[in-house]
Design a protein around this ligand. Structure first.
Ligand SMILES: *C1O[C@H](CO)[C@@H](O)[C@H](O)[C@H]1NC(C)=O
Ligand SMILES: *[C@@H]1O[C@H](CO)[C@@H](O)[C@H](O)[C@H]1NC(C)=O
Ligand SMILES: *[C@@H]1O[C@H](CO)[C@@H](O)[C@H](O)[C@H]1NC(C)=O
Ligand SMILES: *[C@@H]1O[C@H](CO)[C@@H](O)[C@H](O)[C@H]1NC(C)=O
Ligand SMILES: *[C@@H]1O[C@H](CO)[C@@H](O)[C@H](O)[C@H]1NC(C)=O
Ligand SMILES: *[C@@H]1O[C@H](CO)[C@@H](O)[C@H](O)[C@H]1NC(C)=O
Ligand SMILES: *[C@@H]1O[C@H](CO)[C@@H](O)[C@H](O)[C@H]1NC(C)=O
Ligand SMILES: *[C@@H]1O[C@H](CO)[C@@H](O)[C@H](O)[C@H]1NC(C)=O
Ligand SMILES: *[C@@H]1O[C@H](CO)[C@@H](O)[C@H](O)[C@H]1NC(C)=O
Ligand SMILES: *[C@@H]1O[C@H](CO)[C@@H](O)[C@H](O)[C@H]1NC(C)=O
Length: 499
């Protein structure tokens, strides 16, 4: 069984290395202390971020990205959209200055025309399709249309009735605009650019959307969302929204335009009425999103079809108006310090410096006490965790609860395993946190930089052979551990049950 699992894991790592689903990052610039283009490029390189989307085509930024190998999507800002959409010559001029002038030093792979135009600048909607067409024509004239795709990013709010996804359709008011755009995307082999924000879907649902569903956390089977028309199971909001876009396009007879998610993310800080904008949630969302995308899982409607995704966003943008959370979507602060470290070690992928020694594995709040006890017994037995510190009179005895002891043991096991992905699972009753759970004199392994991780940073777009090789040994160990853990939990559950 362990061997079968290993082969499966290696097969998966190899598959996503070859298929090339990618994660990119959006570079917003509303910072009072905006790093220089050189600093931005240096950060991108040090974090091995290989795809970015700019909200404009800033020449200094493009110069800094030259010869870096980074793939760049440039944008026609909304302020310039009317001019570009009203004049063929203006569009050609825009392309000459902002695209052609930088090719081939800068690897520009797409032009995003406007940003959420239908919902944020509806007055410009009548020229949107023309703007996309003019930009495309200019690229054809420059013989760049095969390497550079043109599209326009939409808010997911133009899709109505998005659950069940099979019933989704575009707001009918926008059909006259969307029909020609979709035809153009189809005839130019381009893609549908969609912004997907499960955070807002969750916030606006008044409790209907469970937090776990938004964060890609496992749901109890009775809470999984099933599309009654297609019988497809949805385990997360992201997939449901992407599939809603596929179904909405299909309702306009467009079935062969892939979706690219231009923005998705989660804020790591908010004000009092945004209690779910936290570091833990942001980390969970983005880590799970990256794993999900790079695994080439696809969506239930199109399994295995890559959904390339750009994370929103590189930096916290302190100048953005609105709710506090608006200013805290970044993976980094302006000085390039990670807002948090993504939990990606086990997938052989690390974004941000190797600060992964700062994550901990604890018992979930709502976990079932019997399952916790079984997992605790396993960790202190077959799991080989040193559990004597939890005996009476020892530093981690208090509080004397199953949850507290389980947290200590889970975390010790997790660190013992080098924090490899999957070593914080325990049948679903454990969760990773970035908050140090140490208390009083009870120091949890991993706190104060004790013990480190053994996987070095690799990249967001794994190159052909690195992934499987680098983590092969870890995966092997893990498979054995998983197998033992499985048997252990099974045994202890039986003992608890029958004993
Ligand atoms: C981390 O833990 C492992 C295994 O428990 C141990 O061998 C290693 O020495 C520890 N490293 C540090 C830096 O404490
Ligand atoms: C737009 O410009 C291109 C050349 O750049 C030209 O071939 C085309 O006919 C023009 N279209 C319109 C509608 O003026
Ligand atoms: C530019 O990016 C494309 C798409 O990822 C890639 O196929 C191509 O090899 C890149 N070109 C250079 C010069 O790096
Ligand atoms: C559809 O779009 C129109 C035009 O923007 C808007 O007024 C209307 O509220 C939208 N309908 C829904 C249900 O969102
Ligand atoms: C889609 O195709 C069907 C059947 O061919 C046709 O009746 C319908 O009008 C088409 N709809 C659109 C928006 O093209
Ligand atoms: C990765 O993909 C496989 C098969 O496509 C799937 O079974 C597995 O659940 C996926 N893992 C994640 C973390 O999405
Ligand atoms: C990463 O670490 C290096 C060396 O330790 C340091 O120079 C760099 O500033 C760090 N980068 C970030 C983003 O923390
Ligand atoms: C743990 O991370 C901190 C930075 O957050 C670093 O200074 C320290 O050296 C790391 N410790 C180990 C053992 O990797
Ligand atoms: C981690 O990666 C850096 C740069 O890629 C390299 O210099 C360093 O030696 C690596 N560390 C380990 C422990 O492999
Ligand atoms: C991939 O494997 C080849 C041959 O084994 C090796 O030369 C190359 O350096 C490897 N590339 C990476 C990124 O590990």
């Amino acid at each position: 069984m362990a061997v079968v699992l290993l082969v499966l894991l290696l097969a998966i790592s190899t598959a996503y290395a070859d298929e090339g689903a990618f994660i990119g990052v959006n570079v917003g610039t509303a910072l009072s202390d905006m790093p220089s283009p050189t600093q931005v490029a240096a950060l991108l390189k040090s974090q091995q971020i290989r795809h970015v989307r700019l909200y404009d085509a800033d020449p200094a930024m493009l110069v800094a990205l030259a010869n870096t190998g980074i793939r760049v999507t440039v944008s026609v800002p909304n302020e310039q959209l009317l001019a570009v959409g009203q004049s063929n010559a203006t569009a050609a001029n825009w392309v000459a200055r902002n695209v052609v002038a930088h090719i081939p030093a800068v690897n520009i792979t797409a032009v995003a025309v406007g940003s959420e135009v239908l919902t944020s600048l509806p007055n410009a909607a009548p020229v949107l399709a023309t703007a996309v067409r003019f930009v495309h024509s200019a690229l054809v004239a420059a013989n760049l249309d095969r390497q550079i795709k043109v599209s326009t990013p939409h808010s997911s709010s133009i899709i109505l009735d998005s659950f069940p996804p099979s019933q989704a359709f575009f707001n009918r008011s926008w059909e006259p605009v969307l029909n020609p755009i979709l035809k153009l995307l189809q005839s130019t082999n381009s893609f549908f650019m969609l912004n997907v924000y499960p955070y807002y879907d969750y916030m606006q649902s008044n409790g209907v959307v469970p937090l776990d569903y938004a964060l890609f956390r496992p749901l109890p089977p009775n809470k999984e969302a099933v599309d009654a028309n297609t019988l497809l199971h949805y385990t997360n909001v992201f997939d449901a929204v992407v599939d809603a876009a596929y179904f909405a396009m299909a309702s306009l007879n467009v079935t062969n335009v892939p979706v690219v998610v231009m923005e998705s993310g989660w804020p790591h800080k908010g004000d009092a009425n945004e209690p779910d904008a936290t570091v833990d949630n942001a980390n969970t969302y983005n880590s799970n999103l990256i794993r999900h995308v790079l695994n080439n899982t696809g969506t239930p409607k199109h399994p295995g079809v890559a959904v390339n995704t750009y994370i929103y966003e590189l930096y916290d943008e302190d100048l953005r108006p609105g709710a506090m959370s608006e200013r805290f979507w970044g993976l980094f602060t302006a000085d390039g310090v990670p807002a948090y470290t993504l939990h990606l070690t086990g997938s052989g992928l690390v974004l941000a410096n190797d600060t992964t020694n700062k994550t901990y594995c604890i018992a979930k709040d709502e976990a079932d006490a019997k399952m916790l006890q079984a997992a605790l017994d396993w960790a202190c037995g077959p799991g080989k965790v040193e559990c004597s510190v939890m005996q009476q009179g020892q530093p981690c005895y208090d509080p004397d609860t199953v949850a507290a002891h389980a947290s200590y043991a889970f975390n010790a096991y997790y660190h013992q395993m080098g924090m490899v992905s999957g070593s914080c699972y325990f049948n679903g009753v454990a969760a990773i946190t970035t908050t140090d759970p140490s208390h009083d004199t009870c120091k949890f392994p991993g706190s104060n930089g004790k013990n480190g991780s053994f996987l070095n940073g690799t990249s967001l777009a794994p190159s052909s052979n690195s992934t499987a090789d680098a983590s092969g040994t870890a995966q092997w160990d893990y498979c054995i551990a998983l197998f033992i853990q499985f048997i252990g939990i099974l045994l202890s559950s039986c003992i608890t049950y029958f004993g």
